[in-house]
Ligand binder design. Structure first.
Ligand SMILES: *Cc1c(COP(=O)(O)O)cnc(C)c1O
Ligand SMILES: [Zn+2]
Length: 442
C-alpha cells in the first residue's frame, strides 16, 4: 500500500507541503502546519486487522517495528524508508498500576503511564525518532541540511542530541543558563552536541532559534515541527493497546509548550476515525501555577489567550509563558470535553512525594499532574470507578535536587508533609537498634 502523509496548514488556509520540505509555518498565512494522512487508504484495512498488525509487532525485535512508534509506522509517518529510520526502540513504556496510591484517594483503577522510562528519560524520544529519521532521509536524498537544532527546557535537547548522534548529524542546542538540571545538561554534552547556554529563559532561547530557523541549512526540532507530534501521538495508541483496546475515562497530562496534549488528542482521534476505538476519553491538562497561560485562558472559556512571563517553578520543563501549540491544544481540549487545572509549588512537591511513598519516583511535572488528580478527586470530578491515566513525562532520576531539597531538614522552612530526612548517628549497634525501634513504633 502507498500510504501517504503531508504537511497541511491547520490555521489559515489548507495549503499543503511535502514532509521533506524544510518548512514550519504556512507560506501563505503563517499558520502552523499539521501532518495529514490519507485516511481513505488507511480505512481500507479493517480495525481488527490494524489491531492484530500492531499486536504482532509490539516489543519484538524486527527493526524498526518493535519500537512503540515504528510499530505504528503507517499511522505515524509512512513516507520514511525503513533504511533511513533512526530508532532506539522508544515507546513500549510500562503502565504502572497505582494500586496503593489510588486506594489512598479512593480510586481503584488509577494508572501511571511511565513515558520517562525511555532512552533519554522523557517522552521526547517518541517525537524525536520521527523528526531525526526524516532529516536523515532528506540528507540521504539531497544533502542540504547541515545541522539539527532546538531550544529546550532540558529534555528536548537530550533527545535531539541522542538521536542526532546516532544518525551522525550535527546537533545545536540552546538552553537557558542555570535553568536545567545537571543531569539534563550533561546529556547533550556527552552526545557531542554543540551546547549553548544562554543568559535567558526558555522563551528567550526559542526567539533566537526561530531566527536561526530562517536559514534552510539548520533544521528546527522544536515541537512547532509537527513531525514530533506524530511520534508522540503513539502514547494514546499504546495506552489503549495496553488495555486490550479499551478507552480510559480520564487522562491527566502536564502541559508546557502544549505539543504533547495535542498529540495525545490526535492519537485518539485517529484511532476513532479508523474504528479502532468507539469513544473518546476526557483530557485534563495540568499546569504549574507559576507558568499557567493555558489555565488563565481556560478561565475565560478559551475566548481569550495572552502569553505571560513564566515565573520560576520546580517544574522546569513546563516553565513556558508563550506556548507554541496553544491553539491546537485548545482545539483538542474542546473536542475532548477537557479541563485545565493548576498546582502550586507546595502542591506539586507534596503530590510527587506522597506518590513516591507508594513506589514511584516522580519528576516535578508528573507531580503537577498528580496534584491536579488529587484536586479532581476532591471535587468529585473523577468518580471512584473511573479508569484514570496520569501521563508521567520524565523519570525522577533527572531531577534529583527536586527531591533532595524536599527531604532536607535544614532548609529553614516548616517541614514538608512527606519529609523523610536521613538520620546521622554513630556506628553503634545499640544505637542503631534503638532508632529502628523508635521508627517502627512511631
Ligand atoms: C516537554 C515536557 C513537558 C511538556 O510537554 P509540552 O509538549 O511542552 O506541553 C512536560 N514534562 C516533561 C518532563 C517534558 O520534558
Ligand atoms: Zn495557511
Amino acid at each position: 500500500m502507498d500510504y501517504n502523509a503531508w504537511f497541511e496548514c491547520s490555521e489559515g488556509c489548507a495549503e499543503t507541503y511535502s514532509l521533506s520540505d524544510v518548512i514550519y509555518r504556512c507560506k501563505n498565512c503563517d499558520g502552523l502546519l499539521a501532518v495529514k494522512h490519507d485516511m481513505e487508504l488507511l480505512k481500507q484495512r479493517s480495525a481488527d486487522d490494524w489491531k492484530s498488525l500492531f499486536e504482532q509487532r509490539y516489543m519484538r525485535t524486527q527493526y524498526p517495528y518493535g519500537s512503540g512508534v515504528w510499530g505504528k509506522k503507517e499511522l505515524v509517518c509512512p513516507n520514511i524508508d525503513d533504511d533511513n529510520i533512526i530508532s532506539m526502540y522508544e515507546g513500549g513504556t510500562n503502565l504502572f498500576w497505582a494500586d496503593r496510591f489510588g486506594a489512598q484517594l479512593g480510586l481503584g483503577d488509577l494508572w501511571i503511564k511511565q513515558c520517562g522510562i525511555s532512552h533519554t528519560g522523557s517522552f521526547k524520544d517518541l517525537g524525536m525518532t520521527v523528526l531525526v529519521s526524516m532529516v536523515n532521509q532528506i540528507i540521504n536524498e539531497s544533502g542540504n541540511i547541515r545541522a539539527v537544532m532546538c531550544a529546550s527546557t532540558g529534555d528536548t535537547s537530550a533527545a535531539l542530541a541522542a538521536y542526532a548522534s546516532a544518525a551522525g548529524i550535527p546537533a545545536i542546542i540552546l538552553l537557558p543558563k542555570a535553568k536545567v538540571t545537571r543531569e539534563q545538561l550533561i546529556q547533550p554534552i556527552a552526545n557531542g552536541a554543540l551546547t549553548l547556554s544562554l543568559e535567558t529563559d526558555f522563551d528567550g532561547c526559542m526567539a533566537i532559534v526561530q531566527k536561526l530557523a530562517a536559514r534552510p541549512e539548520f533544521y528546527l526540532a522544536n515541537s512547532i515541527n509537527s513531525l514530533r507530534i506524530e511520534g508522540q501521538k503513539t502514547i494514546s495508541m499504546e495506552i489503549v493497546q495496553q488495555f486490550n483496546w479499551e478507552v480510559p475515562d480520564w487522562i491527566i497530562i502536564p502541559g508546557g509548550n502544549l505539543g504533547n496534549v495535542s498529540a495525545l488528542g490526535l492519537g485518539f482521534l485517529m484511532m476513532y476515525d479508523l474504528g479502532i476505538i468507539d469513544k473518546l476519553p476526557r483530557i485534563a491538562c495540568a499546569q504549574a501555577e507559576r507558568a499557567n497561560p493555558l489555565y488563565r485562558s481556560y478561565q475565560t472559556g478559551f475566548t481569550e489567550f495572552s502569553a505571560i512571563t513564566a515565573q520560576a517553578t520546580q517544574a522546569t520543563a513546563i516553565q513556558i509563558g508563550n506556548p507554541v501549540s496553544v491553539h491546537r491544544a485548545i482545539r483538542t481540549l474542546r473536542r475532548f470535553d477537557g479541563i485545565v487545572d493548576q498546582a502550586t509549588e507546595t502542591e506539586l512537591a507534596d503530590a510527587a512525594a506522597r506518590a513516591d511513598r507508594t513506589g514511584l519516583f516522580n519528576c516535578p511535572h508528573t507531580g503537577v499532574a498528580l496534584a491536579v488528580l488529587i484536586k479532581m478527586v476532591e471535587r468529585k470530578q473523577i468518580r471512584p470507578s473511573d479508569r484514570v491515566i496520569v501521563i508521567s513525562t520524565a523519570t525522577g532520576l533527572k531531577f534529583p535536587d527536586f527531591k533532595v531539597d524536599y527531604h532536607n531538614v535544614d532548609r529553614g522552612e516548616p517541614p514538608p508533609r512527606y519529609l523523610n530526612a536521613p538520620i546521622e548517628l554513630e556506628a553503634d549497634y545499640e544505637n542503631v537498634l534503638k532508632q529502628i525501634g523508635a521508627h517502627l513504633d512511631a
